[in-house]
Design a protein. Structure first.
Length: 317
């Protein structure tokens, strides 16, 4: 038989676990489904410096472990599965949603989608062929493989600069390639990068091709103002050029923005009654742990009000 919940959360990142904390504290029977084939981006981050309450910073994995412990202490149930579809259903004549995974099928009055996003790819020749053989999207994971070697980091935002700085603990030389003539990263990170002797910034340039035999050996760059090509002899390339929302599985069910993010209102409501969304999978300006947590809390509260009203248990407000 289908297992029944009041709230079902899809996604195990900061937004999902914050929603789980709030729903569980509201005494709602809640299940959180972590992706079996995906991980939260925060777990790939070496250190989080801008999350309040941790003045010395905290590792991404350690922070997620704290989220998980706090949520389970309040009674949140957690399972691992990949969601395949969400369709309309009923629970005792109440409108509900059927969530089908690769393992089980669940029913819930409300669904909160918090599936996050994944690193965007360059989509240049050689990238796909060398993933795991010099092409990486996680410096925390792979930096030790490039000890005393030369590598490229692509991007100009906080993540790219922070990961470039982390790589200097291992690599002999880090080339930071950015398509513009100034970095988007926060001021403190910019200053650290500019002052680090192991980081050389290559401005106004993009990657044209990644070449090698058994692994990455060369990265071909194109200088945008002149079109001139330049070859860097490196052993690895780390790509941090933005995020693509993990929302392919809700196409046709929910409206998506131009970049594939779920459209929500200020209460994290989607176009479908009883479905809410939060965090990096939504159409938002700032994608940070702290904003994901705020989104998760809002989505959980909206779901709580919806379920209580649906069951005739709402408190007059």
């Amino acid at each position: 038989m289908e297992e029944t919940y009041e709230v079902l959360i899809v996604g195990g990142g900061p937004a999902g676990f914050t929603a789980g904390i709030y729903c569980s504290r509201a005494n709602l029977k809640t299940l959180l489904l972590e992706g079996a084939t995906s991980v939260s981006q925060i777990t790939l981050t070496d250190i989080v410096e801008n999350y309040p309450g941790f003045p010395e910073g905290i590792g991404g994995i350690e922070l997620m472990e704290k989220f998980r412990l706090q949520a389970t202490n309040f009674g949140l149930e957690i399972s691992t599965a990949d969601v395949k579809s969400i369709t309309k259903a009923q629970i005792q004549n109440f409108p509900a949603w059927q969530v089908v995974t690769d393992k089980n099928t669940y029913l819930a009055f409300a669904v909160i989608i918090a599936t996050g996003a994944r690193w965007r790819r360059l989509n240049v020749p050689g990238e796909e062929a060398f993933i795991g053989r010099g092409v990486s999207y996680c410096a925390t994971c792979d930096a030790p493989l490039f000890r005393n070697q030369e590598v490229v980091v692509v991007g100009g935002g906080d993540t790219a600069v922070q990961e470039a700085l982390f790589l200097t603990q291992f690599a002999r030389q880090v080339y930071l390639v950015h398509r513009r003539n100034r970095l988007r990263a926060a001021g403190i990170l910019k200053n650290r990068a500019l002052q680090n002797p192991r980081i050389k910034i290559i401005w106004d340039s993009v990657v044209e091709e990644i070449k090698g035999k058994e692994g990455v050996e060369e990265v071909i760059l194109r200088h945008l103002p002149t079109g001139a090509l330049h070859t860097l002899s490196v052993s690895g390339i780390f790509v941090f050029i933005g995020l693509d929302p993990n929302t392919e599985w809700v196409k046709g069910l929910l409206p998506l923005s131009e970049n594939g993010a779920i459209v929500v209102d200020r209460e994290m409501k989607t176009s479908q009654t009883g479905i809410f969304a939060c965090g990096d999978c939504t159409d938002k300006r700032l994608r940070q742990v702290v904003t994901a947590c705020g989104d998760g809390a809002t989505a959980a509260y909206s779901a709580q009000l919806y379920v209580e009203k649906l069951k005739g248990e709402g408190y007059p407000r």
